[in-house]
Design a protein around this ligand. Structure first.
Ligand SMILES: Cc1cc2nc3c(=O)[nH]c(=O)nc-3n(C[C@H](O)[C@H](O)[C@H](O)COP(=O)(O)OP(=O)(O)OC[C@H]3O[C@@H](n4cnc5c(N)ncnc54)[C@H](O)[C@@H]3O)c2cc1C
Length: 600
């Protein structure tokens, strides 16, 4: 049995999958340690990938050569583009995935990738010497040596689950918590904090009265998430919508004294943008109803996920609550809702490469960094695994700028500003969101992925062909007349979409281009003015990104710096002047002082 690896990834969740896959793609010898390999890629909460801003991030992961979009395309059971009535920057793909098929496929893809060993182990201890990781010690006693570790332990570190007044240790339903590793991190000088999240009940499909529900179908022509796929083969299912009502709200209000979120039993901060139903009732007390989405978890079971009513109330209160909702009067509960508290690492302890500042070679990604969501975890996992590999190979780190990707926005926010609640991605977090459309993620990132060694020949070939097709279509539209005007002008002046274009110009229809590609070119043409303006803003800001600061800069020696600025710079240790300028409390005057210092 091999006992030495280039990279060890701790945890087989969404961050761990991408981290180990990225490391192996760069030719390194990687090991994934996770207690239950049959749970690799498990969706702890909602079996859905994508959504607002998250969908854009999945396309970015794909454009860089990651796995998430491919896994989703093969296992999706309902595909929808959200925000179709709004501007292109906020169109977002969302896919309901078959949770079991997804998990099985994730494991299979990793097992069939050269350079990946998967071992069923729970890690108790990370070992280090002279400030550098050396290996891990598992609960079983197994010891493994390594050059780098990517920690992706999700909600498991000192995980504590709550249902009413009952509390029990666990990483998620029916899985043990990882307690010892928290102590090991503390011993290495890492600071830990506490966060909370929650999940709703799952009920039996045949116990629902569908006559009282509103049907929600997926898109008629589902579009793949991955740039390397051109169609979705599997059949689609529908989801259903119902609403809470005044009776539901009264049941919750009457039982707040048993709600651990409000009794002081839970102290960790929860996700503000994904609140529990208890919090919704209190925070939005003027609302007389809240939407509940009933979503199939898999084609293999009849479990329905009740999206929108996560809570930690006692089971008997949950029964009452669920049965007050139209359509659920006789529902059979398979699994009750619960909340979970867990340890996380405040992410200002990380460099933009996601390596800890305290222990060289220790990288962290996913929920452990204070984020929430599969997509956020996967994006960080990919970048952490990639950077761990690049460092071992003696290459320059891989960093994504804020104007290049949502992944870049997220990592910069995490390491520069930190979090005080679970961090979730939104389009509004990106100042250049007009540039960060889901359809152009490949143009933004695939060349970088290729340069870093993540993008294989197959993906590169598809990318190159797509770019050629886009250029040819663009050239055609700007040079071809249609009823006396050039086609690009017609598309700008009238709100015509790709369907109109393909119907009106048979020559284009004959090219058999994917609808999504045609739409992307139309958007480039229609928003060219805005894009140009945005690009000018970016190029002005980029010069600060190019001015590097050494992580070991002696800020005490820069006497002109204000005390507060010095302290914040010492805490964050920014890698560029641009990152320094985004630290909370750093003023333009502080940046000028740094510039003068660098010129000297
Ligand atoms: C109850 C619950 C509710 C949630 N609700 C939401 C929500 O509403 N919205 C949302 O966006 N997200 C929610 N999430 C979070 C979502 O599951 C995570 O964001 C996502 O799964 C994070 O991915 P990850 O890879 O970081 O961690 P996870 O998917 O949690 O994976 C962690 C992996 O690490 C393994 N592991 C842990 N410790 C060790 C160790 N010491 N050694 C080896 N392996 C280890 C685990 O077995 C697991 O495989 C919820 C999670 C839970 C548990």
């Amino acid at each position: 049995m091999q006992t030495e690896f280039d990279i060890i990834v701790i945890g087989g969740g969404h961050a761990g999958i991408e981290a180990v896959y990225a490391g192996a793609k760069l030719g390194l010898n990687c090991c994934l340690l996770t207690p239950l390999p049959e749970h690799i890629g498990q969706m702890s909460c909602n079996p859905a990938i994508g959504g607002l801003a998250k969908g854009q991030m999945v396309r970015e992961i794909d454009a860089l050569g990651g796995l998430m979009a491919e896994l989703t395309d093969q296992t999706g059971i309902q595909f929808r583009i959200l925000n179709r009535s709004k501007g292109p920057a906020v169109w977002a793909p969302r896919v309901q995935a078959d949770r079991f098929a997804y998990s099985r496929l994730a494991r299979k893809r990793l097992e069939s990738t050269t350079g990946i060993t998967i071992l069923a182990e729970l890690v108790d201890k990370i070992t280090a010497e002279n400030g550098r990781v050396t290996g891990v010690i598992c609960q079983s006693g197994k010891q493994l040596a390594t050059k780098a570790i990517v920690l992706t332990a999700g909600t498991f570190m000192r995980g504590m689950m709550h249902v009413g007044t009952k509390q029990f240790p666990g990483g998620r339903y029916d899985e043990p918590a990882a307690d010892a590793i928290s102590q090991s991190l503390l011993e290495l000088g890492i600071t830990l904090g506490r966060l909370k999240t929650g999940t709703p009940a799952r009920i039996a499909a045949d116990s629902i009265d569908y006559s009282k529900l509103q049907r929600q179908d997926g898109d008629l022509n589902p579009e793949p998430l991955s740039f390397i796929n051109d169609k979705i083969e599997q059949d689609q299912v529908c989801c259903w919508i119902t609403w809470t009502n005044e009776r539901t709200h009264q049941i919750i209000r009457d039982n707040l004294h048993q709600a651990p979120l409000y009794t002081g039993q839970i102290t960790g901060v929860g996700p503000r943008y994904c609140p529990s139903i208890e919090t919704k009732i209190i925070r939005f007390s003027d609302k007389d109803r809240h939407q509940v989405f009933l979503e199939p978890e898999s084609l293999e079971t009849d479990w329905i996920y009740c999206n929108g009513i996560s809570n930690a109330l006692p089971q008997e209160v949950q029964d009452e609550l669920l049965r007050s909702i139209p359509g659920l009067e006789n529902c059979k509960v398979y699994r009750y809702a619960y909340a979970i508290e867990y340890d996380f690492l405040p992410p200002t302890q990380l460099l933009p490469t996601l390596e800890t500042k305290t222990v060289a070679g220790l990288y962290c990604a996913g929920q452990v960094n204070g984020t929430s969501g599969y997509e956020e975890a996967a994006g960080q996992g990919l970048m952490a695994g990639l950077n761990a590999a690049l460092k071992i190979l003696g290459k320059e780190p891989a960093l994504l700028r804020r104007d290049q990707s949502y992944i870049g926005v997220m990592i910069d926010d995490l390491v520069t500003k930190g979090v005080d609640e679970p961090y979730r991605m939104f389009t509004s977090r990106a100042e250049h969101r007009l540039l960060l459309r889901s359809d152009n993620a490949d143009a933004r990132l695939t060349p970088l992925g290729r340069q870093w060694g993540l993008v294989d020949d197959h993906r590169w070939e598809i990318f190159s062909r797509r770019q050629q097709q886009k250029t040819a279509l663009y050239d055609y539209l700007v040079s071809t007349n249609y009823q006396g005007r050039k086609l690009d002008r017609v598309l700008c002046q009238q709100d015509h979409d790709e369907n109109w274009l393909l119907q009106s110009v048979p020559e284009l229809a004959a090219r058999e281009l994917p609808n999504e590609l045609v739409r992307s070119v139309i958007w480039d043409i229609r928003y060219a003015g805005y894009i140009e303006k945005e690009n000018k803003l970016v190029s002005k800001a980029v010069h600060l990104e190019k001015i590097k600061l050494k992580p070991d800069t002696d800020y005490d020696a820069i006497t002109q710096l204000r005390n507060e600025a010095r302290q914040r710079l010492k805490d964050i240790r920014p890698l560029t002047l641009a990152q320094a300028s985004r630290i909370i409390g750093i003023t333009p005057a502080d940046i000028t002082v740094l510039m003068i210092h660098l010129k000297k």
